[in-house]
Ligand binder design. Structure first.
Ligand code: NAD
Length: 484
């Protein structure tokens, strides 16, 4: 077995173990084996990270926008130069298959850091108004100060980048708290980025949410929180931070409807749904997973047939192999949660269309028998109130629901506590516009899925959160009126 490497926090430009030396195991979900150790940080580490970020703030925030952009472009280069290693770490740490991490995640983040660099100028643009011959008003934009980014395990490199790049572009210093289940890519980025970012500008502390995460959230030295994760944790963080009010952005869970109309290109819809939105899309562990597949009745049977045929060819196994099309569930805890829904669906009376198996029998290679494998699974029902239709499963489990009219599709789609994203498959342009207007979600894809474009806000509604990551969202705007 390969050596188990121990990673460090990044605080004030130094790589440090947790105070007291505590560590947590990082497990490779394809094998079930420990492959790395990460710091189990304490409240002292949280306080040290805040002190380091505060110390670095005056210099970083005072840099001209062009100078900050120059540094961020060097960060983009770090992603490009270390693309292979970063992709392999992400794949080993959370099971996201190599074709996703190497072809989508890491190159996408190089692009995102360049985009953030290009937007540094927007962070220092204000507006002015002439109020009369001797009076004018104007604004100035300023960074909030120290921004705390809290990120989930399902897509660490992407969420790290979306939070750190825009906050730094706006002149904030940053503390990043990765999820304990998949931390290694963030800690490796700390090692690489300390070579290009001034000490204290970016700090990374790993550990448990209820320990170091809670200490950071309560710290009065944090000026803004941006968190991506579950709705439940967002509520805990909101309650914990009430002693020291701070702005917060929450990008949370979802239960996205994927609506297929009879006029759609059915080849594109079946392929797009089973590969871009659920199942092979990180084994369904994506916040925008289109896990409620609403199908218009005249094409219902045909769509089910097409999706069944595509799902049959999904190949599980070594996530580092380009031939593998679906990886494991990222942690044992999540595996148990996902498999519990296989039972819940059957008990609730949903029809099992395909899938339903889990465990070692799904992989040929003995080396992966200890991994967390779940078969792509499709239930069918006419009752959108079932738990498998309402609760975020966050795995390769979807449910098909038939509908007759456009109005009915909208009603079923909106009958959810979540409001993150939706897919619409139609060739009718007018209908696509009406659906975009009527669906209570932040992001709609028509005839495509999961194209999250830097520059277009990604913001949920209802229990899917509020706020989004952008340069302007990391600034406050102050006003002044002058008379002379
Ligand atoms: P989670 O809520 O369990 O954890 C998210 C982060 O919060 C982790 O870093 C965790 O350590 C931290 N945390 C937990 N308790 C805390 C506390 N008391 N104080 C401070 N920090 C605390 O979420 P997860 O299981 O890591 O991720 C899965 C969830 O994330 C799903 O609901 C998914 O839909 C959502 N998600 C949303 C988006 C989006 O952009 N909307 C993207 C990816 C994932």
């Amino acid at each position: 077995m390969a050596e188990v490497r121990e990673y460090s926090n990044l605080i004030g430009g130094e790589l440090r173990p947790a105070t007291g030396g505590g560590t947590l195991d990082s497990v490779n979900p394809a094998t079930g084996e420990v492959w790395a150790k990460i710091p189990r940080s304490t409240a002292q580490d949280a306080a040290d990270a805040v002190a380091a970020a505060r110390k670095a703030l005056p210099r970083w925030s005072a840099l001209p926008a062009a100078a900050r952009a120059h540094v961020l472009r060097k960060v983009a280069d770090v992603f490009a130069q270390n693309a292979k290693e970063l992709a392999e770490i992400e794949t080993t740490d959370n099971g996201r298959i190599i074709s996703e991490t190497a072809k989508r995640d890491v190159p996408g983040m190089t692009y995102l850091w360049h985009m953030a660099a290009a937007e540094c100028g927007a962070a220092v643009e204000g507006k002015s108004v002439i109020l009369g011959p001797k009076s004018m008003g104007f604004t100035r934009r300023e960074p909030y100060g120290v921004v705390l980014g809290i990120i989930p395990w399902n897509s660490p490199i992407s969420t790290f980048s979306a939070k750190a790049a825009y906050a730094l572009a706006a002149g904030n210093t940053v503390i990043m708290k990765p999820a304990e289940q998949a931390t290694v890519s963030t800690l490796r980025l700390g090692e690489l980025l300390r070579e290009v970012l001034p000490p204290g500008t970016l700090n990374i502390v790993s550990g448990l949410g209820e320990e170091v995460g809670d200490a950071l959230v309560r710290d009065r030295g944090i000026n803004k929180i941006t968190m991506t994760g579950s709705t439940e944790t967002a509520k805990i963080i909101t309650r914990a931070s009430t002693d020291a009010l701070k702005p917060m952005d929450f990008e949370l869970g979802g239960k996205a409807p994927n609506i297929v109309f009879a006029d759609a290109d059915l080849d594109a819809a079946a392929e797009g749904i089973t590969t871009m939105s659920i199942f092979t899309a990180n084994a369904g562990q994506v916040c925008v997973a289109g896990s409620r597949i609403l199908i218009q009745r005249p094409i219902y049977d045909e769509m089910i047939e097409r999706m069944t045929a595509i799902a049959k060819n999904i190949k599980m196994g070594d996530p580092l192999s380009l031939e593998t099309t679906m990886g494991p569930i990222a942690s044992r805890e999540q595996y148990e949660r996902v498999t519990s829904y296989l039972e819940i669906g059957v008990k609730e009376g949903a029809e099992l269309v395909f899938g339903g198996r889990f465990g070692a029998e799904l992989v040929d290679d003995e080396a992966y028998a200890g991994g967390y494998w779940v078969e792509p699974t499709l239930f069918a029902t006419t009752d959108n109130s079932l738990r498998v239709c309402q609760e975020e499963i966050f795995g390769p489990v979807a449910v098909a629901i038939p509908f007759d009219t456009e109005e009915e599709a909208v009603a079923i789609a909106n009958d959810s506590t979540y409001g993150l994203a939706a897919g619409v498959w139609t060739t009718d342009l007018g209908r696509s516009q009406r659906m975009f207007r009527d669906l209570q979600v932040g992001y709609v894809w028509v005839n495509t899925y999961r194209k999250i474009v830097p520059g277009l806000p990604f913001e949920g509604m209802k229990d899917s959160g509020y706020g989004h990551d952008s340069v302007l969202a990391n600034t406050r705007e102050r006003s002044c009126v002058i008379e002379h």
